[in-house]
Design a protein around this ligand. Structure first.
Ligand code: HEM
Length: 216
């Protein structure tokens, strides 16, 4: 039993939220302009960055900034995204999860969120490395043509991978009511935490104990 189920607890600090939403803005601009480069029928999407010429100049720069912003989140959150025993319980009960029920003693993130985290990290890393190799006029001249061709292929595959990963991420964020508010306003209710992330909630309660003991 939770004494005050509607009481707010902090899930994300203001700096994490600003970092996350800046990353979203940079993601949208790079993904949309990138799709514009890739498909001739979508060339008009390049205009999201002003003109096609500007898009060509800005796309790599915005992509590099997105990578740096992701590193900011990666450093803070990678320790909460290691796969553990309880994640297997979650995965075995995927049928329940799809019915909006909960399974496993989930910590700060469930296996689905952890998967998104690592997929995004791998795709962004591949995008950065391949992006540098194909970045004209600064770096591409240092690489032979076959490597540039390979990097172009890798860049496209990693971009599609990241876009699909983020579509799943957004779908899950909408699916679990209360998550978007956590990333917008920073807080969740005790009931939300206990329902979706019981082990994380217990950790919060543990951290609160010394404070309560002092005041009580
Ligand atoms: C419109 C697009 C997006 C929406 C609506 C969205 C929403 C959210 C929400 C609600 C959370 C909190 C989940 C929770 O605490 O349970 C979250 C966490 C997170 N988001 Fe997003 N997000 C979006 C785009 C992105 C993009 C583009 C990236 C990276 C390229 C990203 C990376 C992350 C990461 C790393 C976390 C922390 C989760 C973890 O460490 O496993 N998000 N997002």
């Amino acid at each position: 039993m939770i004494k005050k189920p509607n009481e707010k607890i902090i899930r994300y600090s203001a700096s994490v939220r600003i970092n996350h939403w800046l990353m979203v803005i940079f993601f949208l601009f790079t993904a949309i302009s990138g799709l514009g480069f890739f498909f001739p029928s979508l060339n008009w999407l390049m205009n999201i960055l002003g003109t096609p010429q500007l898009a060509r100049v800005l796309h790599p720069l915005l992509g590099a900034v997105m990578f740096v912003l992701f590193v900011g989140m990666f450093v803070r959150y990678f320790k909460h995204n290691f796969i553990e025993k309880q994640d297997i319980v979650w995965a075995k009960n995927i049928g329940k999860i799809l019915k909006n029920e909960e399974a496993g003693d989930v910590g700060q993130y469930n296996l689905g969120q952890k998967g998104v985290f690592w997929l995004a990290a791998v795709c962004l890393f591949l995008l950065l490395v391949s992006g540098i190799i194909i970045w004209r006029p600064y770096f591409a001249d240092y690489f032979p043509i076959p490597i540039i061709r390979l990097a172009l292929l890798l860049h496209s595959v990693a971009a599609i991978g990241l876009i699909m990963t983020i579509i799943i991420h957004v779908y899950a964020a909408i699916w679990v009511k209360g998550s978007i508010r956590a990333m917008v306003e920073g807080w969740v209710t005790r009931a939300w935490a206990k329902k979706h992330h019981p082990r994380w909630y217990r950790e919060i309660v543990e951290r609160e104990k010394p404070r309560q003991e002092k005041s009580g």
